[in-house]
Design a protein around this ligand. Structure first.
Ligand code: FE2
Ligand code: FE2
Length: 214
């Protein structure tokens, strides 16, 4: 009798469902220390606190979407190497997710109430992208990371000047996202044709507008 370590489609579905629950409802644990811990907590005024919380909620949703996208793509990836790379990227996003959740708590706020919706939508997009083939899968990773990097840069500019803790988290996240994009490019990412990047940017704009408040 031979044994195989490959997961059956049902096993994979169960693993993905567990990941979805952990991401949306659980408190995922970071493997690395929170970069914000090295910065002093400064008391922000109410307007600053609300603005910082809105931005960190957007970043938290971005990480929920990244998890879902990568797990969805990995579910249908044809090549084991691509699958392993997607799941490794999802693992680093777990650190980002946990750090953003920590900071939201420190800011007396909460993650987006629509996280299950963001997760489900991104998972579906991930599966669709993955079904097009592995070059596309990786092309999606590059484009997602590029867009996340752009909004992290924007948030670094617009966070309250005193919020060093949020800023320290976003700086490390930005470095990680740049590296994720580079790895995907090296692994053979295809350049996504128009209008895919524009549609992705539009979807992300909707997400950012809603998640800032909700
Ligand atoms: Fe991330
Ligand atoms: Fe990333």
């Amino acid at each position: 009798m031979t044994t195989t370590r490959r997961l059956s489609p049902l096993d994979r579905l169960i693993v993905d469902a567990q990941n979805a629950l952990d991401t949306v409802a659980g408190s995922p644990r970071a493997a690395r220390p929170n970069p914000g811990d090295a910065e002093a907590e400064v008391v922000l005024d109410e307007a600053e606190r609300r603005h910082a919380a809105g931005l960190m909620r957007i970043n938290h949703v971005g990480e929920v979407c990244a998890q879902a996208l990568y797990v969805g793509q990995a579910a249908v990836a044809r090549d084991e190497g691509t699958r392993a790379q997607l799941l490794a990227a999802a693992q680093e996003e777990t650190d980002h997710l946990a750090w953003c959740a920590d900071r939201l708590r420190e800011l007396d706020s909460r993650p987006s109430l629509l996280n299950p919706v963001w997760y489900a939508g991104s998972y579906a997009i991930g599966v669709l992208a993955g079904l097009r083939g592995d070059g596309w899968n990786l092309g999606f990773v590059v484009e997602t990371e590029r867009q996340v990097e752009a909004h992290l840069e924007e948030h670094l500019q617009t966070l309250p000047a005193a919020d060093g803790r949020s800023r320290a988290i976003l700086r490390v996240m930005k470095d990680d996202e740049v590296r994720h994009a580079e790895h995907a490019r090296e692994a053979g990412a295809k350049i996504l044709p128009p209008p895919v990047p524009t549609v992705m940017a539009l979807a992300s704009k909707v997400m950012k507008t809603v998640a800032y408040r909700l």
